[in-house]
Design a protein around this ligand. Structure first.
Ligand code: DMJ
Length: 676
């Protein structure tokens, strides 16, 4: 048994025999030009767009329904003719709102404009309908907010704060006066009564007209961790755009409360808790259904809002997940109080978002292994079943065309530029085409029988088809500049500059209960400024500059002459703090990944070539204009050590205490962090 195999649970043996170890990432920093045939890539991109149109126009023929039933070609409404009790729909034209920003991403501003006008004319939230707070937030509120932001950006493409477009447009949307933001605010206020609980953790359901004072809503006190913990991105955006702090405060207090109720020694959370007592009702801890976007929102809240409390919490949870839940490429639920006891023998399809989140975290190697495992399941059953066992057997057989796997594929492709992920994307697209029916795409009741389900959830348009389109699009081919956004859990883009746009709601209640946590956070801050990130903003050096510089250096060492001298690469600096640096909010997630690869690897060269290498390094450092411009500002130095390892370091002074900690705990005695 090799070292990789030894880490895998024995139930995975079947899979192991077939695929041996997960693929290793080689030379992750090389951003190769894609060898995937470009014509084919463009065809696939256009095909994804056509698929979106097929779904969208089918839906529009049933407007103002929430969704279209793709086989019977009828609209799906809440409780009117079908007694539909699904609380993610609410007679509020869900699919249209959820699709708005996809229209912009594919560049159909005509249709975007028509859709906005429809919504402004017709949408009314003053209805006696009970909806899910979580679903309404991520799909409706998120859809409205990103549509408003994009409408503003189209209206004034030269406004410095909101310059988000890659392409010019003849549309001016002169008629638009923030009516969509008004709708979002109205909706946000209708969700607020849900937060009237002793813990600040919101009820899972609310009546749009009567709050929680009807339908016995106060009696239902259970909610899921993801339901309560995935509100901050949309609520903070609403606060920042309207200037009213209430939304962000409520969402933040809910997160504070979940954090307080985590298990103190394992740092794990369960999947269901009581909104009044905060007690855990279901104590299994995992990353799939019930918890998924809670983790996602902690990391993304940090990236979006720059509040390191969220990062601190994410990091603590991440370490616990990797310690207790992650087993080889699998993620297996454990009991939050007894983390060595497995709580479930299967994984769900929702967990396929995890590798995408790991890309943002910078843990590319684990992301690739888990993503590969999901791909194996798909290869075996043609589609990802709703749940499967660790020997890759079907556990829950339905398939809802969920976006998580394609989302992770998109992020992995952006981070690695490997054609491998385009090939996987092509397979996903082909399989999805097989689900095409008269009025859209229909999921499967059972992946083993291929029997269709007459449903097309709104997330197919908001996410699945969007991520497919984006996967086959080059950076400059999307109508909006994705580097300026972070995606919500429903695939709605929210701008990274958000924290500059409005009130900053911080001061977490009971943030850091113990001295260790406090110390860790202040060290982290110190480290970030020591590394020069504060200098970046002072001197107006942007993250993109430094990322480009690192890429230039990397390219240099992997081209022609130099390539001969490079023999292998090895991981040598898995520094926690160095990884934190990447999440300074001035750093874009995709760039984080690129920089991350540099930070965590070293490049070894053949001893005998060393003099030549030293010469090349010197030559580069003294002649490259970008290097010369940026190196003094960020404290960047490049050296070749006696073993022939090229070292790059950022930052030149470190406080004593921090330096001690780094040497003992993190950098294992290395004087400086090597980033090549
Ligand atoms: C979507 O609404 C979101 O991605 C959410 O986070 C999870 N469920 C669906 C997709 O599966």
């Amino acid at each position: 048994m090799d070292s990789c195999e030894a880490n895998w649970p024995s139930a995975a043996n079947n899979y192991m025999m077939k695929s041996s170890c997960p693929r290793q990432l080689t030379r992750p920093w090389i951003l190769k030009a894609s060898a995937f045939d470009d014509l084919e890539r463009i065809q696939l991109r256009e095909e994804a767009k056509e698929m979106f149109y097929h779904a969208y126009h089918s839906y529009i023929s049933t407007y103002p329904a929430d969704e279209v039933l793709p086989i019977s070609c009828r609209g799906r409404f809440r409780e009117i003719d079908s007694n539909d009790i699904d609380e993610s729909i609410g007679n509020f034209s869900l699919t249209l709102v959820d699709s708005l920003d996809t229209l912009v991403m594919i560049g159909d501003i005509d249709e975007f404009e028509t859709a906005l006008k429809r919504i402004i004319r017709d949408l009314n939230f003053d209805t006696d309908i009970v909806v899910s707070v979580f679903e309404t937030n991520i799909r409706m509120l998120g859809g409205l907010l990103s549509a408003h932001i994009l409408a503003k950006s189209i209206q004034d493409p030269n406004d410095k704060k909101i310059r988000y477009l890659n392409a010019s447009t003849r549309h001016q949307l002169n008629w638009y006066h923030s009516q969509i933001l008004d709708l979002a605010e109205d909706l946000g206020r209708r969700l607020l009564p849900a937060f009237e609980t002793r813990t600040g953790i919101p009820y899972s359901r609310v009546n749009l007209r009567h709050g929680i004072e009807s339908n016995g809503l106060r009696l239902v006190q259970e909610t899921c961790t993801a339901c309560a913990g995935s509100l901050i991105l949309e609520f903070a955006t609403l606060s920042r755009l309207t200037g009213d702090e209430i939304f962000e405060k409520k969402a933040r207090l809910a997160l504070d409360s979940i954090w307080r109720h985590r298990h103190r020694s394992t740092d794990l959370v369960g999947t269901v808790l009581n909104v009044d007592s905060g007690e855990w009702v279901r104590r299994e801890s995992g990353v799939g259904a019930g918890s998924d976007s809670y983790y996602e929102y902690l990391l993304k809240a940090y990236i979006l809002l720059g509040d390191s409390t969220y990062l601190h919490r994410f990091n603590r949870h991440y370490s616990s997940v990797m310690r207790y839940i992650s087993r080889g490429p699998f993620l297996i639920d454990v009991h939050m109080h007894r983390p060595n006891r497995i709580a479930k023998g299967f994984m769900d399809a929702l967990s396929a978002f995890w590798p995408g989140l790991q890309v943002l975290k910078g843990d590319l190697q684990s992301a690739m292994a888990t993503h590969d495992m999901f791909n194996e399941v798909i290869k075996r059953h043609s589609y990802l079943p709703e749940a499967f066992t660790t020997d890759l057997q079907v556990y829950w057989a339905n398939h809802q065309m969920r976006p998580e796997f394609v989302e992770s594929t998109f992020f992995l492709h952006r981070a690695t530029k490997e054609d491998y992920y385009l090939n996987i994307g092509r397979d996903i697209l082909r399989k999805l085409q097989d689900l095409k029916v008269e009025c859209g795409f229909a999921g499967l009741k059972d992946v083993r029988t291929g029997v269709h389900d007459d449903k097309m959830p709104s997330f197919v348009l908001a996410e699945t088809l969007k991520y497919l389109y984006l996967l086959f699009s080059k950076e400059n081919e999307t109508y909006i500049d994705l580097e300026k956004f972070i995606f919500s859990t429903e695939g709605h883009p929210l701008p990274l500059e958000l924290s500059l746009l409005g009130p900053n709601v911080s001061n977490h209640e009971a943030d850091f209960e113990d001295e260790d946590s406090l110390r860790e956070l202040s060290l982290q801050h110190e480290f970030i400024s020591t590394l020069g990130l504060s200098k970046f903003s002072d001197k107006q050096v942007e993250s993109i500059d430094i990322a480009r510089l690192l890429m230039r250096i990397s390219d240099k060492f992997n081209q022609g002459d130099m390539r001969k001298h490079v023999s292998n690469y090895e991981i040598s600096c898995p520094s926690l703090e160095a990884q934190e640096m990447r999440f300074d909010r001035h750093f874009h997630p995709f760039l984080n990944q690129i920089i991350g690869s540099h930070l965590s690897t070293s490049q070894k060269v053949i001893g005998s070539s060393q003099p030549k290498l030293v010469e090349k390094v010197r030559d580069f450092a003294s002649n490259d204009p970008e290097f010369k411009r940026l190196a003094p500002i960020v404290g960047l130095t490049m050296t070749v050590d006696p073993n022939g390892v090229v070292k790059l370091s950022i930052g030149n002074s470190r406080p004593k205490e921090l330096s001690k900690r780094i040497e003992s705990d993190l950098w294992r005695g290395n004087e400086q962090c090597m980033i090549m």
